[in-house]
Design a protein around this ligand. Structure first.
Ligand SMILES: [Zn+2]
Length: 215
């Protein structure tokens, strides 16, 4: 049995990051699918709650168990979570969490830094705030040496590639909610669904359900 995690960055009501229609289409075609959406909750300074109808639709999909929102920075600025100490990272994370709460949107404590730019101060803050997972890029592989219970996960299927490597049991599929370098959710949807349809032994997992580190 293989586990498939599908994670997409930059979920928001703004355009072009709003991918609700594609998410709903994927759910209609694969009812048991699980889609994890890394969400910058104050993207470019705009809070989630500013589009309440979008929040309501999002909330329904969360309640139905088909999507989760995970934390993808705060304003999504360059180096937002990179060269800062634990105290500053903690403040930023708490601001990000408050935005989810203001929008009445449940979220899971899995984190991916904007532009993958993350430092040790942020890793320490994640631990203190009870985050279970940090999603990392191979550029930050040195963080595997850090003593921390926060699970570190690296993607192994960039969704712009034809198929995941065959020798992995836990497939971490990574894309975007919009067209970034060709791995947007709409651009890669048919490829992902075809892979799911032709695989007989797939189970879905959300980003916070991955067990162990995935390197
Ligand atoms: Zn991003």
């Amino acid at each position: 049995m293989k586990t498939l995690v599908l994670d997409y960055d930059d979920y928001h009501w703004q355009s072009p990051e709003n991918c609700l229609d594609t998410v709903k289409e994927m759910i209609s075609r694969v009812p048991e699918i699980k889609i994890s959406l890394f969400t910058p909750s104050l993207y470019h300074g705009k809070p989630l709650e500013a589009d309440w109808a979008w929040c309501e639709e999002t909330r329904e999909l969360i309640k139905a168990g088909r999507i989760v929102l995970a934390v993808h920075g705060t304003e999504h600025e360059t180096s937002e979570y990179e060269n800062i100490d634990e105290a500053e990272a903690r403040e930023k994370l708490l601001t990000a969490e408050k935005m989810f709460m203001n929008a009445d949107l449940p979220f899971v404590r899995a984190f991916k830094a904007p532009h993958w730019q993350i430092g040790e101060g942020t890793m320490k803050a994640l631990r203190r705030l009870g985050y279970s997972h940090a999603y990392l890029h191979e550029d930050t592989k040195h963080l595997m040496e850090l003593e921390t219970p926060v699970r570190r996960v690296f993607y192994n299927w960039n969704l712009l590639d034809a198929a995941p490597p065959e020798d992995v049991d836990v497939i971490i599929g990574h894309g975007h909610t919009h067209d970034v370098c060709g791995n947007g959710i709409a651009q890669t949807m048919e490829r992902v669904l075809q892979f799911v349809e032709k695989s007989s032994d797939i189970q879905f997992a959300f980003v916070h359900e991955v067990t162990g580190n995935v390197v």
